[in-house]
Design a protein around this ligand. Structure first.
Ligand code: PMP
Ligand code: GLN
Length: 393
């Protein structure tokens, strides 16, 4: 393994999902739903397969039907207009979109600012691109509290810290809202300030918005590209995995101005060349589902969030109730524990539940040590059973 990747090892998701399989524990670690997405979308994939659409290499930028559907979705939801031929690129999940964006836009030695804790592929993709990551740490606001008392406390971005992190070497900001693993949704005021900073320093922003349909409160998701000066400097990434509960399909996309899309496409063509064909046609149909689908999905996940958050609080965790995503971050100190990594390694044996230690998403591991993430994109009965087990800790 070369020096760029040597520090990364195996992803925490693979390690913890393997532990779940080995111990038979309930897997609230890796974020994937235990119920597949809409039947009609699955049927659309089957139809595409049968009709021979996409069984041979689809076009490099993605099939026209999907690019048109992505552009129509951005316009319908957010009033953002993108030219499907020049400003939309289909990728193999958001993961490839992130990697291709960084490979295309970062010069060796450039600094990339990212909000810490960050999704684990960010650090590896920055490293592959030869960039230097500059973490800006999200910290819980308010008093630490005990037990359920932290409910509602938010992991907050210190805008002064973000401003101080910018240097002449900063090339881009890698943003994620709604934020995995903390559940933070950046506010309009925070996004406006980030936009001002990007314009002032002429920075590019790559924004990972895969949880765009999982924002629980008004005003809902606010894409950074809608802020003044950002449409022309923002690479927006999303994915069908979360929104339609088909994480195994690996259909993601990028929307950006033509020059940035062309750059990202240059990298993508040598990573996967194209993404899987039949699923692209199915996702095109999914994006055109009526608003009722998106509302029902959100309502269902909100109920699951409430169930798991209150259950974890009753089990003695301090709970940071998420405003978005399908993860809830807890603090294990009220349980008399401090080391989330050790806690998560022992949890399957102790309680028959798998969770993810947030520390692995930090450069400053100490800052993340007591935090543990649970996924709630699971059936109600599974969440109830997990809570019952955790109460016996
Ligand atoms: N970004 C974030 C913040 C994620 O949580 C995930 C994974 N679920 C991804 C990107 C990767 O998405 P995909 O499965 O579409 O590659
Ligand atoms: N994004 C999902 C999570 O955060 C899992 C993705 C993965 O396994 N790489 O849990």
């Amino acid at each position: 393994l070369n020096s760029r990747l040597a520090e990364f090892g195996t992803t925490i998701f693979a390690e913890m999902s393997a532990l779940a399989v080995a111990t038979g524990a309930i897997n609230l670690g890796q974020g994937f739903p235990d119920t597949d997405g809409p039947e009609e979308v699955r049927e659309a994939a089957v139809r595409a397969l049968r009709d021979g659409r996409g069984n041979q290499y689809p076009p490099g930028p993605g099939v026209p039907e999907l690019r048109a559907a992505i552009a129509a979705h951005q316009e319908r939801r957010y009033g953002l207009t993108f030219d499907p031929d020049l400003e939309v690129l289909v990728t193999a999940g958001a993961t490839e979109a992130i990697a291709a964006s960084l490979l295309a836009l970062v010069e060796p030695g450039d600094e990339v600012i990212a909000l810490e804790p960050y999704y684990d592929s960010y650090a590896a993709s920055i490293a592959l691109a030869g960039g230097t990551r500059v973490p800006v740490t999200l910290r819980p606001d308010g008093d630490p509290g005990t037990g359920g008392a932290a409910a509602g406390r938010r992991f907050t971005l210190d805008l002064d810290e973000l401003r101080d992190a910018v240097t002449p070497r900063t090339r881009l900001l890698l943003l994620n809202t709604p934020h995995n693993p903390t559940g933070t949704v950046l506010s309009r005021a925070e996004l406006a300030e980030i936009a001002r900073l990007a314009v002032e320093h002429d920075l590019l922003v790559v924004t990972d918005e895969v949880y765009e349909h999982l924002v629980f409160d008004a005003p809902g998701h606010l894409p950074l590209a809608t802020f003044p000066g950002m449409r022309e400097r923002t690479v927006t990434i999303s994915s069908a995995g979360k929104t339609f509960s088909f994480t195994g399909w690996k259909v993601g996309w990028v929307t950006a101005p033509p020059d940035l899309i062309a750059a990202v496409r240059s990298a993508k063509q040598f990573l996967t060349y194209v993404s899987s064909g039949p699923f692209q046609y199915a996702v095109a149909e999914a994006l055109a589902l009526p608003d009722a689908y998106f509302t029902a999905f959100l309502d269902d996940m909100r109920a699951k969030r409430d169930l798991l958050a209150s259950g974890l609080a009753a089990a003695g965790f301090a709970v940071h109730r998420p405003a978005g995503t399908y993860f809830v971050t807890t603090d294990i100190r009220p349980l008399g524990q401090e080391d989330g990594i050790a806690f998560c390694r022992a949890l399957p044996e102790r309680a028959g539940v798998v969770a993810i230690p947030n520390a692995v998403f930090y450069d400053h591991r100490d800052a993340g040590a007591p935090f543990v993430r649970f996924a709630f994109c699971k059936r109600t009965s599974v969440l109830e059973e997990a809570v019952a087990r955790l109460k016996s800790l």
